[in-house]
Write a protein that binds this ligand. Sequence first.
Ligand code: NAP
Length: 296
Amino acid sequence: MRKRIGFVGLGIMGSGMAANLLRAGYVVKVFNRTRSKAEELAGAGALIAPTPAEAARGSDVVITMLADPPAVKDAVLGRNGVIEGLAAGAVLVDCSTVDPMTTAATLQAAAEKGARFLDAPVGGSKDAAAAGELLLMVGGDEKALDEVRDVLEVMSRKIIYAGPSGSGTMLKLCFNLMVSHVAAGLSEALVLGVKAGLPPQRIIDALMSGVLASRFIEWKGGCIVDRDFTTNFSIKLMHKDLNLLAGAGHSYDVPLPVTAAVKELFAMAKARGQEDEDFCSVIKVIEDFAGVDVKR
Ligand code: NAP
């Protein structure tokens, strides 16, 4: 029998992921705190649950895509949360980017219900979520992963098995450490070059012709010069990840001096009121200090 799916968290990423599961023919029961976002999926066949617990009840696979650790504490571990409705034998897959402590608490809560748990945060942004082309970094029981692989493949172009429970969460934090640093470095390089008289596209073209050439530099560099800061991944969520990284560095006794500086750069962007803009808008902080805008 086709697996029944519960899906909790229909933000920028979750809405595209759930839509793909519906398109693939799965029965998907959805919950979102702001109900209007769930209603947008009803036309595509989603069943709307009144609580996360009801989205989980009777589902073989429950996928969560929530903002941060407090959101997981509320919607998964809290009153009327996913755990309350989770069936014995079901597999809970948390795609949210959280910290290892939240992942460990979710694993334990799921186990107490006789359910399995995978931490499966994602790489790729809004477009990749909508196209079913995410990268999934999965930690936990490999047998449980094999059982739900068919469902996860609908949302992803690649699944990396990271290791035991918590490994997916750690891998994702390392992944975003690099993403945040590249965004910060690109911002500084562009502002410095432009203030010194270089056309910004020439800087991007040079970067795209060297060893650092990447889809990221091409994409975000293009967004910056076009002044398109439409949100794919918000400043506030990147700042959240940088705080999670600071906590992980503390826990493992690993100094992260560059990450600390990048974290404060994102804190400055947030304090300027940019928290809901795309994270590449972090360049505006440096532009302001330098008195120059990077544009075509
Ligand atoms: P988003 O658009 O801000 O969506 C966040 C979701 O969490 C919404 O459904 C929101 O509900 C829900 N939520 C927040 N607090 C809650 C609470 N206390 N109780 C219940 N629900 C709550 O974020 P997103 O960009 O989709 O990101 C989701 C996760 O994926 C985050 O962990 C993020 O770091 C990670 N991620 C994002 C990207 C990206 O490019 N966007 C890429 C990779 C990973 P409401 O609609 O009611 O606010």
